[in-house]
Design a protein around this ligand. Sequence first.
Ligand code: AMP
Ligand code: ZN
Ligand code: FE
Ligand code: FE
Length: 286
Amino acid sequence: MRIDLHTHSTASDGTDSPAELVAAAARAGLDTVALTDHDTTAGWADAAAALPPGLRLVRGAELSCLSPDGRGGECTVHLLAYLFDPEAGAVVRTHEKSRAERRIRLRRIAERMAADGLPVDPDALLDGVPAGVTPGRPHLATVLVRAGVVSTVDEAFARYLNDRGRYYIPSNRTPVLDALAMVTASGGVSVLAHAFAHRRGPTVTAEVIAELAAAGLDGIEVDHPDHDPADRQRLRGLAADLDLLTTGSSDYHGSNKTVRLGQETTDPQMLDAIAERATGAPVLSA
Ligand code: AMP
Ligand code: ZN
Ligand code: FE
Ligand code: FE
């Protein structure tokens, strides 16, 4: 069984349409794929309609949240939500708010770059992100690649767009306890994404993860391309101590990232547990 529970499509900042994504997942030999676009369920219907025989689809989303960091400050965490009711009021409102605020934020980043003389047109950038699609920094990275400023999306992040850089503005973030409550109330299952991905920016302590577990967190993403072996070992230990589910996933973004579908995978028993707990939406098969 090959199960990849974290991917992005053109409904947010991936480059495969939802239909292309499920086709690519089947070609990659996956048995199950989860679609987890940032702050939207807009890709769910197209992914479901295009589901190839033999592939199962877990519908989800990735929410940007604000959390205490466990050191007296705050930091960003990403919460994967699976199999929640996409029509639950709080979910719809939170997603809409996030997308609207992300448009404003991406425009601000683009304006700062334009003010520094970089060839970025904020209006053209936003016109290129259709309503309903969640805008993200990879959209701006693509503009920089097309303009010849950098040759890859990775280089755009390394030189201009990373969290420690001059142009960084955080995206709107839902307080993590509110997000957990919302996922639970909408029948979903919550998994903390890439919790120890230090390369991306500040991360939470183990104590914070214990607090999230007490507040209803279901699992943690252990096997992720941005986790080194020591990160994985610590997270696996924490999951065992806190009785949390563990997942492994690629965080595929099409050509916006170098990871492959199925590069990291989830144990079938973990997927069974997720499907058993969820009451908001079923796992789909063609
Ligand atoms: P945003 O949601 O706008 O804050 O942008 C973050 C997104 O950019 C995440 O989905 C990351 O996967 C992606 N990202 C972060 N760092 C990089 C990088 N170095 N190369 C490509 N994508 C990245
Ligand atoms: Zn992304
Ligand atoms: Fe993430
Ligand atoms: Fe992601």
